[in-house]
Design a protein around this ligand. Sequence first.
Ligand code: NDP
Length: 389
Amino acid sequence: MKKSILDSKDMESFVVLGATGSIGVNALKVISAFGKKVEALSAGSNIELLNEQISLYSPSLVCIANSWDLKRLEPKGAKVFIGEEGLLEMLSLAKSLKVINAIAGFAGLHASLKTLELQKDLILSNKESLVVAGSRFDVSKIIPIDSEHFGLWYILEGLKAKGETNVTRLIITASGGALRDKSAKEVLDSKLKSVLAHPNWKMGARITIDSATMVNKLYEVLETYWLFKDLNKNLKIDSLIERSSSIHSLVELEDSSLLAHLANPDMRLPLSFGIGGKEAFKESIINKLDLKDLVKIDFREIDTKLYPLWKYKDLLLEKPSLGAVLNASNEVALEAFLSENLSLKVIVDIVSKTLEAFKDTKINDSLEDILALHKEARSVALKQLHDLI
Ligand code: NDP
C-alpha cells in the first residue's frame, strides 16, 4: 500500500512561507505546540512581526519581499533572502522536507511549484496556486489545509482505507461572508469596512473580501476540482451556504449516503494534521464543537442576486484553466478595492467583464502559457478598472 505523506516522521523542521499572515501565525503556534522546529520563515512587509518571530523561533533562513526593508530586519544570524528569487533560493537551501505555503495570492505560486520540484511535501494554504495552475501540480504531494478541502480529504482518506470508491458528489460549504444578511443593492454598494466584518472566521483581508463576493468559493470549487477530479470522471462539485461554518464539507456516495465533516471553525485543526500528522491528535489543541449548538443548522443555495459572480461556477468547472483569469482579474480588483475606497460592485464588474472577455479563449496547460494568460488577464482587468473609475 502506498505510504501516506502524513506518515513520514523523518524530518522535524518546517519552512513557513507567509509567516506573518493569519495562517502563518497559527502555523507557527501549532509547530511550537507540537515541539517541532522552524528552519525558514518568509514575510512580505510586516518586518516588525517577523523580527518577533525570529526571536521566538530562531530560524536559520529568512526571506523578505523587498530590499528597502533590510534596514529594519533583525535576522539574528539567519541567512537573509530577498524577493521571489530569494524565496526560491531559500527553498532550495532548506533541509526541511515540509513547506507550509501561506503566502496570499499569485505571489505564492512559484514557491508551491518549487516545493514540489524539490520533492518536499507541500502543506498548501495558498489556494491561488491551484486556482491559477492546477494542471501543473502533482496533487498526491499536497496536504490541503483549506478547511473545506481538509474536511473532504479527511472523509475520503477514511473511505479509501475501506476500499470505497463510489463517490459521486463533493459539497463544500460557504458561510456567506460579512454581507450575507444585506439586500443585493446593499451588497454591491458596500465598502471595505463592512466587508471585513466576517461573522465566523478571522482571516487576512483578501480572503475576507473574497468571502463576501463569493470569489473565495469559486476558488475553492476549482481547488476541489484539481485535488479530487480523479475520483470519478462524472464527479459533481457543489457548494451550499451553511451559516455557522460548523459543517465544512460533505461527500455523497452512489447509494445516496452523505458523509459530513464537522468541526469548530478553527484553522489550527487542518494545520495540526499538516504539521503533526495523525499522531498529533493524541493530544488535540482544538476546542471541540459543542453539538448542542447545531440545532440551527440549515443549508441554502448560493443566491446569484447577492453573489453575482457565482454564476461563473459552471463555466469555471467546464474550463478550469480560466482560474488564471479569475484570479488575475480578482487581484487587480482587490488591489483597487483595498486602496481606493470603492464599492464591492467594482470587483464584481471587473471580474465578470474579464471572465467574459476570455471565456472562449483556447488555453494551453504549459506553465509558460498560464503565466502569459495571467499577464494578459491582468492588463484586460486593469483596463476595465480604468474605464470604471
Ligand atoms: P494574510 O494576508 O493574513 O497573510 C498573507 C501572508 O503572505 C503574509 O505573511 C504576507 O506578508 C505574505 N505576502 C503577501 N504578499 C506577499 C508577496 N508579494 N510576497 C511575499 N509574501 C507576501 O493571508 P491569510 O493568512 O489569510 O491567507 C494566506 C493564504 O491562505 C491565502 O491564499 C488564503 O486564501 C489562504 N487561506 C486562508 C485562510 C484563513 O483562515 N486565513 C483559510 C484558508 C485558506 P506581510 O503580511 O508581511 O506583508
